[in-house]
Design a protein around this ligand. Structure first.
Ligand SMILES: [Zn+2]
Length: 361
């Protein structure tokens, strides 16, 4: 198979390829059914494939589709790793747990969010405590999520966002919109008011698969930030923490940290990594998000705003709806051979370094 063939055109194809590749690799499969359905009425699952010793204390955990529509990228690497025979090259005592489609609803519907409009990567906060405040988002919510989506509403709201960027800088605008917010359930980058199905499923998977683990490496595959095709290893371990030092050593210093201000990502609240770290107090966890570029940030944000409008006010089956679905798919998945090759090369390099780090740690 060429690298491009590991990637799929939709969720159902991706799932089929993942299950077939896992079976051919002799992986142990489990399935978690999401209560919803895809746009064609298809059933939705998060699937896991485990390779390596059942009692391994060192485990590399790969996650795709935290942000549903970004799942094309991570799925391609997960499928290829199993299908190409690379999964047979494991260091002694190390297992790999590949979690496919942790947000299957978003993957199938070409949405970044879950079935309840929750950004899974903002959902891992303490829902019993006060939520993190995001006053900048409060100020911009109306403009970010207008009730009409046409030339005039785009022009009006664009002025508001441009003015904010002019005053505070483009990165501050990105942070205001994408940092995470907990007050507008119909808004963008909404972190939810309870653990969403995908968060519960991720916790259930870790409970079932990682109870014996003592060292866990996580790679959470994402798209939509940075130069096209480039994979940024974003690390959200605290500055000056052993975890950040370990990740820097494993990846030869080629990591970034939003907290240290050297990442394309703003500082975020409630990220997956927090939930993973909290669920594994018995293990040393070394985590990164591998974030690949697609289109310029303003185009990506525009696609997210359009998709939010579409699912609140529009009709996905309409001509305008179809155009918006293409817009958001293109914003998070570049359906081109050169892009897929870049995703693959960097993904496999990163996974090899994680396996090496685990085996030596
Ligand atoms: Zn993402």
């Amino acid at each position: 198979m060429s690298v491009s063939q590991y990637f799929s055109a939709d969720y159902a194809e991706a799932r089929g390829k993942f299950l077939a590749a896992a079976k051919s690799a002799g992986a142990h499969l489990t399935h978690y059914r999401n209560p919803g359905q895809g746009p064609a009425g298809e059933e939705l699952f998060t699937d896991t494939a485990r390779v390596g010793p059942a009692d391994a204390t060192k485990v590399m955990m790969l996650i795709s589709a935290t942000h549903g529509v970004e799942g094309f990228c991570g799925s391609g690497v997960q499928v290829g790793w199993l299908a190409s025979g690379l999964s047979t090259e494991l260091p002694e005592g190390v297992a790999v747990l590949s979690i496919h489609g942790i947000n299957p609803h978003g993957f199938a519907w070409l949405r970044r969010v879950t079935e309840d409009n929750v950004d899974l990567n903002r959902n891992f906060v303490d829902h019993g405590a006060d939520y993190p405040a995001n006053p900048a988002y409060e100020e911009l919510h109306q403009a970010v999520c207008p009730s009409r989506w046409d030339d005039s509403s785009l022009e009006e709201t664009g002025k508001v966002l441009d003015a904010y960027a002019e005053k505070h800088g483009a990165f501050a605008l990105q942070g205001a919109i994408s940092g995470g917010q907990y007050r507008h359930a119909d808004g963008l980058f909404y972190g939810g008011n309870a653990p969403t199905w995908s968060a519960q499923t991720l916790r259930a998977i870790m409970k079932a698969e990682l109870a014996e683990a003592r060292h866990v490496a996580t790679i959470d595959y994402h798209t939509g930030l940075g130069p096209r095709g480039y994979g940024e290893r974003i690390c959200v371990h605290a500055p000056d923490s052993p975890g950040l030092d370990r990740a820097a050593a494993w990846y030869d210093g080629d990591i970034t940290s939003p907290a240290l201000g050297n990442s394309t990502s703003a500082v975020l609240t409630g990220v997956n990594f927090r939930g993973i770290d909290e669920a594994l107090p018995h293990a040393q966890v070394t985590g990164i998000a591998l974030e690949y570029g697609t289109q310029p940030t303003d185009a990506v944000i525009l696609a997210l705003r359009a998709d939010n409008w579409l699912h609140r006010h529009g009709d996905p089956a309409s001509t305008q709806g179809q155009a918006i679905k293409k817009q958001i798919r293109d914003a998070f998945y570049q359906d081109a051979d050169d892009w897929k090759q870049m995703i693959w090369d960097r993904g496999i390099e990163t996974q090899r370094l994680a396996l090496k780090g685990l085996s030596e740690g």
